[in-house]
Write a protein that binds this ligand. Sequence first.
Ligand code: TYM
Length: 350
Amino acid sequence: KKLVFSGVQPTGNLHLGNYLGAIRRFVQLQDGNDCIYCVVDLHALTAQLVHDDMLSQTRSIAAAFIASGIDAEKHIVFNQSAVPQHAELAWIFNCVARLGWMNRMTQFKDKAGKDREQASLGLYAYPSLMAADILVYRATHVPVGEDQKQHLELTRDIAMKFNLDYASHIRKTNYGIDITVGDEPVHAYFPMVEPLIGGPAPRVMSLRDGTKKMSKSDPSDLSRINLMDDEDAISRKIRKAKTDPDGLPSEIAGLENRPEAENLVSIYAALADKTREQVLAEFGGQQFSVFKPALIDLAVQVLSPITGEMRRLMSDTSHIDAILRNGNERARARADVTMRELREIIGFLY
Ligand code: TYM
């Protein structure tokens, strides 16, 4: 049984990249694992300090989890700010992480832009809070899209440094676990997290430009399919999606240097729970005039029940609020165990 943790920020609208790279995989991982899924509202402050719709966005991410099929009774669905242990552990990790490590984070460089002096300290420390989100539950597996890979490597670095620096303190308690790093056995407190990045669509690209990631912040709404789009919008966006003049190849190699074609095939495969090879076996030799309508039908068939259920859940917030309240209590109880053990390991009087 794996302990799975992942988070989604309540900023902007959820899109197909969030769904295929993350949420759909959260749903698939429920079977046989212990899963904790979080709306990371503290992280959202790093994108924009004042949000007039933080509350509704938070509820809508939770609604997307539930509408996609996450079972909030068997697993935990909650929002980050309601579990103060995340911020508490993040402080400790701020003291573990090295400036040199943070300076290598490409997402910080992208988001801070040219005028780095004006970026917030929170944006800089973002990956340290992310490590705390995961490790405050001592989670072992983290499903994310490819853009989060570097942050998970940093999470492993932070865990490793803590384990080594506090090794003698950890040994004096019985909270340690035996892990192997490379081939070396290590007595540790924090596990080494395994990123779960995969499936056919770990990086869904913009529908307007196959070299750019599909993202909430792209000014063109035609670049992405939002989880709340209706049938007409989905159909229009896929019909207008950029392609090249050739038909679909029969083999993967034929997608090389055709980022738009590759993206649409990957999206189809992820939505259909097939491999890209299977999709090409079916559509190889066909034109986009045949493939696009099939993709539209599939996208509508998969997404419209989710959209409908999200709308239903959002029409009366009491249900979502009750789910989050319950998740928050259970998450706090688990995070509290870790913080108590850590205080003893570190030597904080409590
Ligand atoms: P966020 O909110 O930007 O995105 C949520 C999830 O969606 C994935 N994703 C994509 N996957 C494929 N193709 C795309 N175009 C695409 N765009 C986004 C992201 O990889 C992510 O899995 N830092 C995280 C939130 C976070 C977190 C955590 C995740 C905070 N703490 C702890 C895991 C564990 C983020 O900004 O996600």
